[in-house]
Write a protein that binds this ligand. Sequence first.
Ligand SMILES: Cc1cc2nc3c(=O)[nH]c(=O)nc-3n(C[C@H](O)[C@H](O)[C@H](O)COP(=O)(O)OP(=O)(O)OC[C@H]3O[C@@H](n4cnc5c(N)ncnc54)[C@H](O)[C@@H]3O)c2cc1C
Length: 434
Amino acid sequence: MGERYDAIIIGAGIIGAATAFELAKRGCKTLNVDMLPAAGYGSTSNSCAIIRVHYSTLAGTAFAYEGYFYWRDWADYLQATDERGLAVFHETGALVMKTEVNDYLRKHAALAAELDIPHEHWGPEKIVEKLPIYDLKRFGPPRPLNDESFGESDGGTVEGGIFFPTAGYINDPQLATHNLQRATEAKGGKFLFNKRVVEIPREDGRAAGVVLDDGTRITAPVVVNVAGPHSYKVNEMAGVLGDMTITTKALRQEVVHLPSPSGFDYEHDGLVVSDSDIGCYNRPEQGNHILVGSEDPECDPREFVDPDEFYRDFTHQWTVQAYRMGQRIPELGIPSQRRGVVDLYDVTEDWIPIYDASCLPGFYMAIGSSGNQFKNAPIAGAMMAELIIACEGGLDHDKDPLQFQLPYLKRNLDVGFYSRKREINPESSFSVLG
Ligand SMILES: Cc1cc2nc3c(=O)[nH]c(=O)nc-3n(C[C@H](O)[C@H](O)[C@H](O)COP(=O)(O)OP(=O)(O)OC[C@H]3O[C@@H](n4cnc5c(N)ncnc54)[C@H](O)[C@@H]3O)c2cc1C
């Protein structure tokens, strides 16, 4: 690769591909390098790809609502075709249960009202009308499976929830990333697969490109770390950890696929549901399955791992999640053959990502997506492109943070919210909910 690029993006997951697309749209010559054989084959391929608009902070909520519109208008956004077809957004809406854990959604309702996000308060009757297989007995707080009182209700019922119609899920997150690859290529961007970045050389105190595992050196004045769960390894390689108060680690996660009880078509009539009473979220999955993920309740241990070496089969986590879901759907059958996925989140201390420059001029990072940034990839890519262009033009983003206008919402976002140098944000849910 004797060519010179304006920017090299380490990683071709959904956020790496979106960053490339947005830079290419602005006239930059980009190269994505990924050690896997295709775009979106890393943690993106196992994403639950839920698109939702309820977050714990005003900035996080605005960013997610902005993000929704790109999936709604996916074909227009891409302005390109893909021989494999386009990923599909199933706009089922998302129901969030009101529980003590989320303070009965008081804050979320206020944030939705402030941002004009459509939402409806549903009582128990409405929930059971929509999801007749649900039993709304109250079980919280979530407990480990070996707790004697596991599965015992306190006698009350969940008091209701908020339904957000502008939500759903993407049927194929890997295909969505491939769509972005094709859109980037249509603007002149390049992708290189099966090559691992092993060094980030410096010249004159700046990042100067990458060295690959076959010894090839590729030069560029800008290098962007979008390495997902490997982000901390890339930051170590670049030597940029020194001034970071927020860091990243790889957290192992299991997602459970269970057949819907017979007589109910969860695939077509189900919704995205966030249920902190049982510590699980779920959504419809193809084959009339229910996909069940963890909301990281306090009682569960967190398993931080080396992303190059982690256990890829199911464990006790699969079983406890399946049984927790069984509390809400009494007819649920739990098969002996376990199905689902095992993959990694790239988690920060406050479960809010880092979208930032670094102490090394020319080196940027879009990392720490904490299991909740698939939905935001297009707008995160646009924000990264603006940040890179502004910093390369002389902005000192640490001192004078970029103010980025969200194009759909027409609202300013202080990008300093995502700084690597921030204090831990106490407003966060400290879970995948962000
Ligand atoms: C189980 C699970 C469920 C999730 N559910 C949701 C959800 O419902 N909604 C939501 O919004 N988000 C969800 N997420 C989070 C979302 O999927 C991620 O935030 C997003 O996919 C991250 O994209 P990325 O491009 O940053 O990283 P990745 O997709 O991980 O891509 C990083 C890429 O970098 C490459 N790489 C790493 N190091 C190097 C190197 N040294 N050289 C070359 N290449 C390298 C890797 O091979 C990889 O392909 C979930 C995540 C998981 C794991």
